[in-house]
Design a protein around this ligand. Sequence first.
Ligand code: ARG
Length: 470
Amino acid sequence: MPLSRSGVFEASTDARLVRFSESVSFDSRLYPQDIRGSKVHAEMLCRVGILTEEESAAIQTALSEIEVELDQGKLPLRIEMEDIHMHIEQALIDRLGDVGRKLHTGRSRNDQVATDIRLWVRQACDQIDRLLADLQRAFLSRCTKDAGVILPAYTHLQRAQPVLASHYWLAYIEKLSRDRSRLADCRKRANVCPLGAAAVAGTSIPIDRHWTAEKLGFEGVAANSIDISSDRDFAVEAAFVLTMIAEHLSGWAEEWILWSTVEFGFIKLPHKFCTGSSIMPQKINPDTLELTRGKTARVVGNLQTLLVLIKGLPLAYNRDLQEDKPPLFDSFDTVQACLELAIPIVEESELQIESIAARIDQGYLDATTLMEALILKGMPQRTAHHHVGSLVGVARKKKIALADLSNEDFASVDPELFTHADSLRSALGVAGAVAAYKSYGSSQPLEVQHQIDRWTQLLAVKSPPQNSLH
Ligand code: ARG
């Protein structure tokens, strides 16, 4: 008989409901958090005189033993016992009898599960943050490796302007930095202690919630038991932050899938992260990147699931909330898996310098620089824009680069250009265009180096080894 079934029931639970309502199949991974919370709760009950020193000590020892059993997979998980909280409490009662029956004093499963998930999310956020920092470091290390390489920047996936490869890598570092800041913000709101809110109204047992919260490393104690026993905002926030990470990874994956094609020929992906075809022997497919892009769908879906789950829920705890865990866990697991592969792919892929250079002069990447050179000589922007468009037209017809236009070609567009042609030509070509950038945040080599130095400092502290989320 499950512990939650009091003497009020006139019949035992229907087997179909047992199967329908269990959550142990997915919440068992909360056991380390559940045991940690229970240990601190028992210690607190002892401090306020509800448990004796001996009772509290016995509970601590038994909970440690139960944790070892769970670590080793020796505690059988049975759907009849509903969830992980019940399993642990029942195992305690099996060991300690009436002493075990005292643990649930001054708490409910509502604040208990809320505490467990918050502890879990806090740790999971830290782990994702370490991986994000490592991915930033991977992009940063490419800046040295690819120093001086010029790539086309695209808008509308059409060749736009030349940029340093490092400028691309810094763009990803910035995106990931926003992800880390969102994650830190979400962690702050998750890091509030619900334990002691009990079912909904608090408790008449003289518990010390502040002591419990501090012992569990929470930054604060939730001030309203009705709110905190059912609040899942932090879970939705985490799912959103993870969605943004997945979206960023998905954009990167798509870009490198394109770059690895024969058509682009920009990058060679490490073969150990590619797969072959069972029929076409020549194929080297970028499946890791495709799956990174594809798995974003489920992360977006999980966010949607959580948003719909809490829609219209009256205060306070409703059993619907049990459904928060599968999407929340899945988003963390999926993003973790994507990051774990993104890091070595970013580190180990090789830019195809020769094939990039062979076609870097195609697409008139220096046209905007030419326009700006005319503006700097006093020509109104709209006029310069029009003239350079005409010059691109002339060059395209002659199948030559802007730098190869003759003085007469310049004059054919505007006679005034004839005298400027030589000085204009010196700023052309992709290297000239890159050197000509001036603005903060541009691809100007010194500007880029300044950003590389800034990130080198910011990312200097190496992450400690990662723990598993499981
Ligand atoms: N398994 C439940 C969940 O995850 C635990 C809380 C159940 N509370 C209750 N009053 N039935 O939400």
